[in-house]
Write a protein that binds this ligand. Structure first.
Ligand SMILES: [Zn+2]
Length: 116
């Protein structure tokens, strides 16, 4: 693996280089680290949880709402916050999505079988 830091969240491709988001270490606290792991859908990291804070795994700022940040430029998290935004992960289970009613229901065909 190269030195590029990538977000640990499943399906998230943000890195320190391709996005403006900062990447955050997992918390030292095991219980909270667990919450992060679940939120990221990375249960494969559970065996490493004792040391996760010291690994290169990071979670990018995209998964934190504004109120989680200690500053406006979103480079620092407040204490004891957990990631709460996982919209792009294609997993509707954690986040309720109810915005999908906008599909236009028109079909391109308008000839409705003149002759049977
Ligand atoms: Zn991410």
């Amino acid at each position: 693996m190269s030195g590029v830091r990538r977000c640990a969240a499943l399906d998230c491709l943000n890195t320190a280089e391709n996005s403006d988001y900062s990447l955050f270490r997992f918390p030292l606290d095991i219980e909270r680290a667990k919450i992060w792991i679940k939120a990221c859908n990375r249960e494969d990291l559970l065996p490493k949880i004792q040391n996760l804070h010291n690994t290169s795994y990071r979670v990018c700022g995209e998964h934190f709402s504004q109120k989680m940040f200690a500053n406006k430029s979103r480079t620092r998290l407040r204490k004891n916050v957990n990631p709460d935004i996982f919209l792009s992960l294609g997993r509707p289970s954690t986040v309720e999505v109810s915005l999908q009613t906008d599909e236009p229901r028109q079909k391109p065909y308008s000839c409705d079988g003149a002759g049977r």
